[in-house]
Ligand binder design. Structure first.
Ligand code: ZN
Ligand code: ZN
Length: 363
């Protein structure tokens, strides 16, 4: 049917053990043939996320090995099983989480919230997009509207979609409210600034790096707090008339959680969506009680939210943004640079790009 045939091989970055960037190894593996519900996707772009660094370093030691990382994937369907919902030639992007497909949450398009409690994560539980092709059940992907370039589309689920779900659905942020965003110069943080603006909220961006203040202002932050020592609650209080913020979007996790709980106003919401170093955090029950605060988890986004996000991007009301494009061959170098924290926003790796592939799928 499509190209390439299943006897062909493709290049893929695989990990066979956990460790530094050197455990990423470039290998030739067979191109999988799609099963009845599956699609074979010629990867156009794949984003690099801090989650990938955690997976590679062994933060999730139970994942099956070898594994191909990468959950921010865009591409074109080149082969399909007979029951798959996408036609050959369809432009698709990854949803990150793949649920059971049969529960009430999955049927509503919220696979991250799959009621089985066992939503699978692309690049952790099944092979992801650090490769020339991706073969997955069709429900792991969603359609990219015409007019959205494939490089921007690749990062949408993990950045703008996740931020949209966190600020709109989970924090229920309304016009005129204030919202603190920790880790604001990262891929999700910069997109959260765009969502805050859309919702008419006043954004207070927190970063630990002096050099990131300008990029935050450029991305629409109303206030910027540079806090190399990760102490920002007092400044948030000053900026909010001594009251505290209506909501905090906690992207850093354990390292900034105590300050976030202090920075939110009485009756406010702390929405947790990231935990960069994977450490646990202590929460004092008395603190939650006395402040009547809501502590809310958020994970990813739904297919319907992605469709809304793409429509808002097309209308110029939300901004999708990537920091740079690098070749797939640079995967280990990008991991190194991100560990040195010298990267703001989100980098995507060009695999086949927007153009038609070479015969046989060779890069
Ligand atoms: Zn991610
Ligand atoms: Zn389900």
């Amino acid at each position: 049917m499509g190209e390439p045939d299943s006897a062909k091989t493709m290049g893929a970055w695989r990990i066979r053990g956990f460790g530094g960037p050197e455990v990423l190894s470039w290998e030739r593996v067979p191109v999988p043939a799609p099963g009845p519900d599956e699609v074979l996707v010629r990867v156009a772009y794949c984003g690099v996320c801090r989650h990938d660094l955690l997976t590679r370093a062994g933060a999730f030691p139970k994942i099956p090995l070898p594994m191909t990382l990468g959950h921010q994937v865009s591409g074109v369907v080149v082969d399909r099983g007979e029951r798959a919902r996408f036609e050959v030639g369809a432009r698709v992007l990854s949803l990150i989480f793949m649920g059971c497909g049969g529960c009430a949450a999955c049927e509503r398009g919220n696979q991250a919230g799959c009621l089985s409690g066992r939503a699978l994560f692309m690049g952790d539980d099944f092979d992801g997009g650090y490769a020339e092709y991706l073969c997955v059940p069709d429900r792991a992907m969603t359609r990219i509207p015409d007019g959205i370039p494939l490089d921007l589309a690749a990062v949408t689920s993990c950045t703008l979609g996740t931020a949209y779900h966190a600020l709109k659905a989970r924090a229920a942020l309304t016009a005129g409210e204030s919202v603190v965003i920790t880790g604001a110069s990262g891929g999700i943080g910069l997109h959260a600034l765009s969502v805050a603006r859309l919702l008419g909220a006043r954004s207070i961006a927190v970063t630990s790096r002096e050099g990131q203040a300008r990029v935050l202002v450029e991305h629409g932050a109303d206030e910027v707090i540079v806090a190399p020592d990760l102490r920002f609650a007092r400044r948030v209080k000053e900026l909010t008339g001594g009251v505290g913020a209506d909501a905090v979007i906690e992207i850093v996790g354990a390292a900034t959680m105590p300050e976030s709980l202090h920075a939110v106003r009485t009756g406010g919401r702390v929405v947790v969506l990231g935990n960069v170093d994977g450490r646990p955090s202590e929460v004092r029950p008395a603190h939650l009680i006395m402040k009547e605060m809501s502590l809310i988890g958020t994970k990813s986004c739904t297919e319907a939210e992605l469709a809304e996000v793409f429509a808002l991007v097309a209308a110029g009301r939300l901004t999708l943004d990537i920091t740079g494009t690098r070749p797939l061959s640079a995967a280990a170098d990008i991991h190194r640079e991100m560990e040195e924290r010298s990267v703001s926003g989100r980098i995507v790796m060009r695999v086949h790009g927007e153009t038609a592939p070479a015969a046989g799928g060779a890069r």
